[in-house]
Ligand binder design. Structure first.
Ligand code: UD1
Ligand code: UDP
Length: 380
């Protein structure tokens, strides 16, 4: 029997961890086929560790690159340098990266420099706009140029890759592994709100609440202030409703959010939640207001209407299916859209109960099977 293939998973942030965990589980379940190791850049430190704990992941290599308020040069340089050593030590047959972060791009670049096969999980999402999302659109395109296997979550992402003349035989529509992660967590891990939420927030989530997250680089400054102004206005307009807001630790987000919303009694600013509790929290929310990619994909599985505070989205499938609405960052528009969802039950209902266009929870096993077949052919 052929020796197990050496596969290195490279990731560094919270969403990559969540979406790679099911892939890690699927590969680990077949030790005769795969010798799997994890290399984390730790571009995120606390949120990476938090997400790894949720799935019981322990990395074999940890580059620990995060610095407070880091810039893109820092993450790129430190990760690339660190990954050289990891690749030389482990000498994988294949490197898997996920998504569109700077770790994703650099993980692919390092593998390319060593001529190691690259699999890209969540390939092919595009806005076709260079700076939106920034720098993710370009990170994803550059990773696509280098990848040998493209795991596209949807037919649309496959079409995007074909439009870039990527060889059709290398593209596989698998669904998004984030949906596998969500289903696994909801089935296997109960919430522990009393352990992670302040007392007032625990009371709030027993009532009607709006769940908010925001973190995108292209929104820093004026757009973020607009969105926060909208949240302030909604909190004043609907004093009987709560707003629960786990705040991203990026200082460009955290400081402004606390300055702007810290004093509002029905706005609960909390630390980032572990994925187990966040998943269950989404499941209880009345409305979700976010600029997160992952949250946009997860909300339909929980039958939650999601308003996307961005001008563009590389995930139009949810908008087309009617479960998500792109509302931008304009204050008045966000307030109007939330008002409509609160006041018009029929409208709110029309955004729920729609099949999730992003996946069926089986993406990771598909990826493992495709990878096994690809790696065995390379040897033959
Ligand atoms: C990164 C990704 C983005 C992804 C997002 C998910 C890049 C350039 N950006 O953005 O694509 O959507 O993660 O959340 O790859 N920080 C902490 N603790 C943490 C994590 C971050 O304190 O656990 C703070 C640090 O000060 C850090 C800053 O946040 O310097 C920014 O982190 P960084 O990874 O550069 O950018 P994000 O905005 O988190
Ligand atoms: N998430 C989490 N805790 C939080 C907020 C979000 O576990 O407090 C999860 C969320 O369910 C999703 C992922 O983190 O799976 C999204 O991460 P983020 O919004 O930071 O990044 P993006 O998806 O926009 O790249």
């Amino acid at each position: 029997m052929a020796a197990a293939k050496k596969v290195l998973l490279v990731f560094g942030t919270r969403p990559e961890t969540i979406k790679m965990a099911p892939v890690w589980m699927a590969l680990k379940a077949q030790p005769e086929r795969f010798d799997v190791k994890l290399a984390v850049t730790a571009q995120h430190r606390s949120m990476l560790d938090q997400a790894m704990r949720d799935f019981g992941l322990t990395p074999e290599f940890d580059l620990d690159v995060m610095r407070d308020n880091q810039d893109l040069f820092h993450i790129t340089q430190r990760s690339l340098e660190g990954l050289r050593g990891v690749l030389d030590q482990f000498q994988p047959d294949c490197v898997l990266v996920q998504g569109d972060t700077t770790t994703t791009f650099v993980g692919a670049l390092a593998a390319f420099y060593r001529r190691i096969a690259i699999g890209h999980v969540e390939a092919g999402l595009r806005t076709w706009q260079k700076y939106s999302p920034y720098p993710e659109e370009i990170n994803r395109r550059l990773t696509g140029c280098m990848a040998d296997l493209h795991f596209a979550p949807t037919g649309l992402s496959r079409d995007n890759l074909l439009a870039e003349r990527i060889n059709a035989d290398t593209i596989h529509v698998t669904g998004n592994t984030g949906i596998d992660a969500l289903m696994w967590i909801l089935a296997n891990r109960p919430p522990q709100f009393d352990r992670v939420l302040p007392e007032r927030a625990q009371e709030a989530i027993e009532q009607k609440f709006i769940l908010v997250t925001t973190h995108r680089r292209e929104s820093f400054g004026a757009p973020l202030l607009e969105s926060l102004g909208a949240i302030e206005e909604i909190a004043a307009k609907y004093a009987d409703r709560h707003i629960v807001f786990p705040v991203h630790p990026n200082p460009n987000v955290k400081n402004i959010v606390h300055q702007r919303l810290g004093a509002k009694t029905n706005v609960h600013l909390i630390e980032p939640l572990d994925y187990v509790n966040f998943s269950h929290l989404m499941n209880r929310a009345e409305i979700i207001l976010t600029d997160s990619g992952g949250v946009q994909e997860e909300a339909p599985s929980l039958s939650k209407p999601v308003l996307v505070m961005r001008e563009t989205t590389e995930r139009p499938e949810g908008v087309e299916a009617g479960v998500a609405k792109l509302v931008g960052t304009n204050r008045a528009r966000i307030v109007d859209e939330v008002t409509r969802l609160i006041e018009d039950a029929a409208y709110r209902g029309s955004m729920t109960g729609i099949a999730n266009p992003y996946g069926d929870g089986k993406a990771a096993t598909r990826i493992a099977d495709i990878l096994a077949s690809h790696l065995s052919q390379r040897v033959a």
